[in-house]
Design a protein around this ligand. Sequence first.
Ligand code: NDP
Length: 255
Amino acid sequence: MKLKDKVALVTGGSRGIGRAVCLAFASQGAVVAVNATTFEGADKTAGEIRKRGGRAIAIKADVADPQQVNVMVEKVVNEFGRLDILVNNAGISMAKSSAELPIEDWNRAINIDLNGVFYCSQAAGRQMLKQKSGNIINMSSMYGLVVAPGRAAYSTSKGGINALTKVLGVEWAKDNIRVNAICPGYIMTELVTDLIDKGILDEAKLRKRCPMGRLGNVDEVAKVAVFLASDDSSYITGQTIVVDGGWSVYGYIID
Ligand code: NDP
């Protein structure tokens, strides 16, 4: 087991990529604190882990609220005595033309997708600095590296996460805290099916555009999170690992 008895907190663990990360961590022996905006949502994943014989708790918190974030981290430390791994996974999509984007929508996306990552990293980092050990994994996006029209708030957040990953990686390296990011391409979750249902994305076109000819699945991201959380990546920090089926490096004509 690669994460035996490690205490992990995963934000946005009720479904999609976050849920897959929670289950993968638990299968590697981690104790998992599952966060979501509702207790019921978080506890669905935590319950699945407990049913499989693992240890997990659910914590309701909005990552965009620094006070709730501090209470969340306190709860984990009170319950398990430490915090070894934080996965900043919670996020929302925001696809609207920049000229039309209401300022409230811009602020909401930046608050959850970017500020939330800093609030959680700061709260967890303070505990990890005391422990002199820790591991933070940020769920960024290939849209933090390459961009698309109508994704101003999303890409700005994800690009910010990539920069924050580098800063915290170098700032906390001497304290034995590693900080890395994963940049997924299109992964089949509710976040993507929602955009397909609204007609913002076309699934057939997405497949065609991707060199691998398909969307990714959540387990393909979770496996990378396990790698980054474990000692298998012990000399890696400040990095972004792209998991996109070749999407972001493809520069030729689409047939
Ligand atoms: P989903 O929409 O399926 O899940 C999002 C998760 O985030 C849910 O658990 C949701 O909880 C939680 N969440 C949303 N807002 C908050 C908040 N304010 N506080 C706490 N939790 C919150 O998304 P995905 O699984 O697809 O995406 C997960 C991450 O991966 C996101 O950061 C996303 O940007 C990133 N990503 C996804 C890609 C994809 O193709 N799917 C591609 C690239 C990056 P609740 O149930 O309470 O709403």
